[in-house]
Every structure is written in C-alpha cells, then in structure tokens.
Design a protein around this ligand. Structure first.
Ligand SMILES: [Zn+2]
Length: 197
C-alpha cells in the first residue's frame, strides 16, 4: 500500500481538507486561484446563480453550477447542507478541478479569508477521475466540512481550521484529517443518487 493510498479518506491541513491528499496548494496559491477565478467569473454573474436563489454556495463556472444544481435537485442531504450554509456566515466558493494524477485529492476545502462579516471557503471537487455521481457525493462531503466550519465560529483563519480538525477530526496521516460525518455524508448522498425514484 503506497503512502498516498494509506491517506485515502484523509485530509491535509492547514490548507485543505483532502480525501486523498498528494499535495495541496499553499494559502497564497489558493488565494491567487480564487482571485483569478473571481476575475474570470464576476461575483453574482447571472449564469452561475442557483435557480433556488441560494447565494452562499457560489459555483465559479457553468459546469460547477450545473453540478450543484443537479446535486441539490437529486440529493436531500446536499440540499439540507446548502440550506445550513445559507443560514450561516460562511460563503463557499465551489470549483471543479482536473487532477493530473489519480492519487490527487478528490475533494478539498480551504479557508480563504474573512471579509464583510463572512468567512469564505474554497471547495474544489475533482472531475477527471471521478464520475458525475462521485463528484456529487464528494460535493456533499466537502459541504459537510463547510457546515462543520459554519458551526465553529472560532475558525477565522487557517490556524483555526487546523485546530478545529485536530479537535473533531481523525488524523489519517500527518496533516491529513477526516471526519466520520463527512465520510458518512458522502455515502448517504451516493445512496440518495442511486435510489431516487
Ligand atoms: Zn473530508
């Protein structure tokens, strides 16, 4: 079993919550990534708005918007998490990412910044090796982490995020954390997608 495989289900902190961590972007790179995406997709761009009028889970591309729309339409668990985030001071920017290697994380969450009374997170979901159902289940997994952050007002930076996951998570490998609830949410979403009528 390779070190990467043993990290499956783990989360790398301080900068990300990764299911399979191989490497992660540092904070500066993540901020730069958000900046460039924000420039490419103006905040509130009509094409990325959610049909339900939700505003705190913000897809950064049309394909991310489509995945979010499908996941909220098909999975009560994803819908409930989006609603939970909507009622919090957390904003989740959401993007899809093509992994170069199969061992890269299938989902990640980073703490971006605090501004205007909101705590901003960036979630990405891998979309090259993961099929659509897996992407929606992983979106549910990462939204569960976002809800965990939403419930922890003391998390206002990356150090706080690390402290939270040292507290509520299990360190799968040095710097890689996971919570049982995120893993079970992912499974629940997959069940909902497979058994919906
Ligand atoms: Zn996780």
């Amino acid at each position: 079993m390779s070190p990467q495989r043993s990290a499956a289900g783990g989360t790398r902190l301080p900068f990300s919550l990764a299911r399979r961590a191989r490497f992660t972007l540092g904070a500066a790179a993540a901020v730069a990534l958000l900046g460039s995406l924000a420039a490419a997709v103006p905040a509130g761009a009509a094409s990325n708005r959610h049909p339900e009028g939700w505003t705190q889970v913000r897809p950064l591309s049309p394909s991310a918007r489509d995945l979010l729309a499908e996941a909220t339409a098909r999975s009560p668990s994803v819908r409930s998490l989006v609603q939970q985030i909507e009622e919090s001071d957390v904003i989740v920017f959401f993007t899809l990412r093509y992994a170069r290697y199969q061992t890269e994380p299938r989902g990640q969450l980073r703490f971006m910044t605090r501004a205007g009374g909101y705590r901003m997170l960036l979630v990405d979901v891998e979309s090259w090796y993961s099929d659509r159902l897996e992407q929606m289940a992983m979106l549910g997994h990462e939204l569960q982490h976002a809800a965990e952050v939403a419930s922890a007002p003391e998390v206002v930076d990356e150090a706080g995020l690390l402290a939270l996951y040292r507290d509520i998570g299990r360190e799968m490998q040095r710097g890689h954390f996971e919570t049982a609830l995120a893993a079970s949410t992912e499974q629940m979403v997959m069940r909902e997608l497979l058994t919906e009528s």
